[in-house]
Design a protein around this ligand. Structure first.
Ligand code: PEP
Ligand code: MN
Length: 297
């Protein structure tokens, strides 16, 4: 039986000829094309750690968390100025004011900043303040948005749709490549599975990392915060992702000062700057171990 629109991994060279390894043999079987954001190199020598608040809630909160994640050793800052919320009655983000705060925090700490853009009409505005544009899970297949983001000239962090197949995800990335930009970093952020929501927010699909790395030369990172939705799961999920070949992590962090306000968004998955430090320490010691092993061999 033929099914209209059905695609399989074998079809990737046709769906995304600009990004498939099979149609770009110069990248061989394992090489990643490095995507650079300032001094940060995705797909380079070591995994990249992006950290920051879920949402920009105030100047004080954002500067505090930015300084804290810098102190923990993060490479890049995250934070939402435009938030995709389930209800229109929930906090939607500070918008332009939030972008200005993010820029200030990025300049002060020297960390490049990634932030989400949801509306093609706002790409130019967000690109003026951000070093990298995030396309969120809910917008992975918003093709006009992908095209606008590509045309901005900024690198794009393309999150996987929460129910997207590998072919749909890479097909979405191809829309960016088709505008002439290969500055794309993929991000696995958990998918909807039957029990999702029962004991975790989504299901972290680490298996897909192996497939992504086999099928394309784009770097791929993991968001353990949205994938689990549970603070206690973020650290082990981060370590597991690195073991699975993730080339980076994007993690939500909140202040652990006793008098700090609880985040208005995703508080139950935020980790402390100290926990972030432990994750980065894990990455660093693992890197040293790999280097030592290579030296001995
Ligand atoms: C986010 O990173 O702020 C976010 C909303 O993530 P996602 O699009 O993966 O849900
Ligand atoms: Mn969040």
């Amino acid at each position: 039986m033929k099914i209209a629109g059905k695609v399989e991994v074998e079809d990737l060279p046709r769906i995304c000829p600009l990004l498939s390894r099979r149609t770009n043999p110069r990248y061989g079987e394992a090489q990643t094309r490095v995507v650079q954001v300032g001094r940060v190199r995705f797909g380079g020598e070591r995994p990249v750690v992006i950290a920051g608040p879920c949402a920009v809630e105030s100047r004080e909160q954002t500067l505090e968390v930015a300084r804290a994640v810098k102190g923990s050793g993060a490479d890049m800052l995250r934070g939402g100025a435009y938030k995709p919320r389930t209800s229109p009655h929930d906090f939607q983000g500070l918008g332009l004011a939030g972008l200005k705060i993010l820029r200030e925090a990025a300049d002060e700490t020297g960390l490049p900043v990634v932030t989400e853009v949801m509306d093609p009409r706002l790409v130019e505005q967000v690109a003026e303040y951000a070093d990298m544009l995030q396309i969120g899970s809910r917008n992975m297949q918003n093709y006009p948005l992908l095209v606008e983001a590509a045309r901005s000239g900024k690198p794009v962090l393309l999150k996987r749709g929460m129910a997207a197949s590998l072919c749909e995800w890479l097909g979405a990335a191809e829309y960016i490549a088709n505008e002439g930009s290969l500055e794309i970093v993929l991000c696995e952020r958990g998918i909807k599975a039957y029990p999702s929501g029962e004991y975790s927010r989504y299901s972290l699909d680490l298996n897909v990392l192996t497939a992504v790395r086999a099928e394309t030369f784009l770097p791929v990172i993991v968001d353990p915060s949205h994938a689990t939705g549970v603070t206690a799961m973020v650290e082990p999920a981060s370590r597991a992702a690195i073991e699975f070949g993730s080339q980076g992590l994007i993690i939500e962090v909140a202040s652990d000062r006793l008098d700090a306000a609880t985040p208005r968004c995703d508080a139950a998955q935020a980790i402390s700057p100290r926990a972030l430090r432990r994750i980065i320490h894990f990455i660093e010691t693992r890197q040293e171990y790999i280097a030592e092993k290579a030296h001995v061999a």
